[in-house]
Design a protein around this ligand. Structure first.
Ligand code: ADP
Ligand code: MG
Ligand code: ZN
Length: 581
């Protein structure tokens, strides 16, 4: 569709050759602009909000060639780094096809954008990984055109999915992960909103490679560059870097202006809240994750609005008794050999503050360890939360485990934390503090926790949260070990969570209350009343009162605290839970 074989508009300096892009051509859509201006309704006949209409007009304005091919119907997603629109286009064959247009924020780093595109073109289009059709660019505005997959909101899914459907969902997610890991892509942001699911069509698609990184042997050329760049560390985040020009493969070339001038802030540093120059006042938004416009938000942790707060180092560390301490760095370097870049700290000064609830001035003056930590806190693997600099595709497997945990317990989001230490505390309450400390040791981190909390039995936890534990008890008269959920939160260093992040405390207590109240409520109904019967019947139909041990065994392997032993996608697909698939 673009002139001259380039999928970026001719005459601009950034070009990309995307060999795998479909060669479909379009008929030019007449009067798109007019339709959009005058027609206030989209295809489905409902009115677009003024705000969305303005966004759509703005997009036509900044990428004018869009109007030649597409009719933008609606905005379907808005994240920190992009807005996604539903558009239709009439192909030469006269068939009208739906597309998802991802408009990336203009401040994204050009290499970042190109890497996202390369992930889609090289690994996408197969095995549940989203492919790409076209890419359009005008100046620093890039629009990635993908096939549109209509999908359900995860919250709706949670309440309606049968166990068998969950099994299929996980199988297909793992299939996508096997594919991208085969290409040496670490997605880094595996979560339900990045894995689209259409139950009716039984279609799945892993999207959003905006945070992806490469393994050392990645087959995605541009991820090699992205990686190098990220490892250059946080200190360079606002400095223009001049080293891209000669490092870029010839598929992407950039103007000097891009290289030396206003270097866009790279994606892992989302402090730029620049909003496409839309003139919106900068509303503070969560740094992490995105707003899916088709998702109702009714999560158990929802309610308190999360403000964009960049925790100061002091507040972040001193306010808790959980301390992720760097192991004393001796001249021999890190004992585990995993930390490739030792943290530079006052070389002749050591301290023991990691055994106390204080952080001493020596430690406060240490440079923060640089490690990739992009993603969404509730889905981050322990090694990410603890800033382990050597991270592998195992981090995606952990996130898949968190998704599975949500599906089995019918709770979403399962972990909700806006900072790493709270997220880590929540993991410890489920997976055990001793176990977490042990795992931390294996990747060269020393972690201490003021209270011990035992590892919870996953079946008991999920059944309690789902409310099927009592059903099962009645059916099988098997006595299941009651969970002392007070221990869950009791073991999160109690007084320490009181700290500054009041919201986290509220959230976590909400969870605790739910864990307490739900089973109690059912217990009160000693009589087998009709409500209860219908719950039992529907659980029965959906298979939730006979979840096989194999499901929890797989969950346990995905949520392995130690990345070195955590199950891979390849192996997980062969797990007996998926027998017969
Ligand atoms: P971001 O980087 O802003 O998170 P994503 O690529 O994750 O952007 O897209 C945001 C949302 O847009 C997704 O959660 C999904 O709801 C929707 N979306 C993205 N790509 C598609 C697609 N190909 N088909 C349908 N919806 C899509
Ligand atoms: Mg996303
Ligand atoms: Zn110290």
């Amino acid at each position: 569709m673009n002139e001259g074989g380039s999928y970026f508009t001719k005459g601009h300096t950034m070009t990309a050759t995307l060999e795998t892009i479909s060669k479909d051509t379009f008929n030019v859509h007449q009067n798109n602009q007019i339709k959009n201006d005058s027609g206030k309704e989209n295809e489905d006949g409902y009115k677009l909000s003024t705000e969305i209409k303005m966004d759509i007009d703005r997009l036509y304005e900044v990428v004018p060639q869009l109007s030649k091919h597409f009719f933008i119907e609606d905005k379907i997603g808005e994240g920190t780094f992009s807005s996604v629109y539903l558009a239709t286009a009439q192909l030469k064959s006269r068939i009208v096809e739906k597309f998802a247009l991802k408009h990336l924020i203009p401040t994204s780093h050009p290499v970042r954008i190109a890497a996202e595109l390369q992930c889609l073109t090289v690994a996408g289009g197969q095995d549940n990984v989203m492919g790409v059709k076209y890419c359009l660019r005008k100046d620093d505005h890039v629009v990635i055109v993908m096939p549109y997959l209509e999908h359900e909101s995860f919250l709706d899914l949670l309440s309606s999915m049968k166990l068998e459907e969950v099994r299929e969902y996980m199988y297909n997610l793992l299939k996508a992960l096997r594919r991208i890991h085969h290409f040496g892509i670490i997605h880094r942001d595996i979560k339900p909103s990045n894995f689209l699911y259409n139950g009716r069509l039984k279609k799945y698609a892993l999207v959003d490679f905006g945070l992806a990184q490469g393994t050392p042997d990645t087959k995605i050329e541009l991820l090699k560059i992205v990686k190098t760049e990220d490892q250059q560390g946080s200190c360079s985040k606002n400095k223009p870097t001049t080293s891209y020009g000669n490092k870029l493969p010839n598929t992407v070339t950039m103007s000097n202006q891009h290289i030396a001038g206003k270097l866009p802030i790279k994606r892992p540093w989302p402090l730029s809240q620049a909003k496409h120059g839309k003139g919106e006042s900068s509303v503070p938004r969560s740094v992490f994750g995105e707003r899916n416009l088709n998702v109702r938000s009714t999560g158990i942790f929802e309610g308190a609005s999360v403000k964009l707060v960049k925790p100061t180092k002091t507040a972040d560390i001193t306010s808790r008794k959980i301390i992720v301490a760097k192991r004393k760095i001796t001249s021999k370097g890190n004992t585990s050999g995993l930390v490739r870049k030792p943290v530079i700290c006052p070389s002749n000064l050591t301290c023991d503050c990691y055994t106390t609830d204080r952080v001493c001035s020596v430690c406060l003056s240490r440079r923060q360890q640089v490690a990739p930590r992009a993603g969404t806190p509730g889905f981050r693997a322990p090694e990410v939360l603890m800033k382990c600099p050597h991270q592998t595709s195992a981090i995606d497997m952990w996130s898949a485990g968190v998704v599975f945990l949500s599906l089995l317990s019918a709770r979403y989001p399962f972990f909700k934390a806006s900072d790493d230490l709270t997220a880590l505390a929540q993991i410890m309450t489920i997976r055990g503090s001793k176990e977490t400390i042990q795992a931390a040791k294996s990747f060269g981190k020393s972690l201490s926790c003021s209270k011990e909390c035992p590892k919870l039995d996953l079946r008991t936890l999920c059944e309690r949260l789902r409310g099927t534990d009592c059903l099962n008890k009645r059916k099988s008269s098997q006595k299941s070990e009651p969970v002392e959920f007070s221990r869950i939160t009791g073991s999160v260093p109690g007084p320490d969570i009181k700290v500054d992040e009041k919201k986290e405390k509220v959230d976590f207590l909400t969870h605790k209350r739910e864990l307490h109240s739900q089973p109690k409520k059912v217990k009160q109904d000693i009589q087998w009343d009709s409500d209860f019967k219908s719950i039992a019947r529907s659980s029965d139909r959906k298979g939730w009162n006979r979840v096989p041990d194999l499901a929890y065994e797989l969950l346990d392997k995905l949520l392995d605290l130690n990345p070195a032993t955590r199950i891979t996608a390849e192996r997980a697909l062969k797990h007996p839970f998926f027998e017969g698939m």
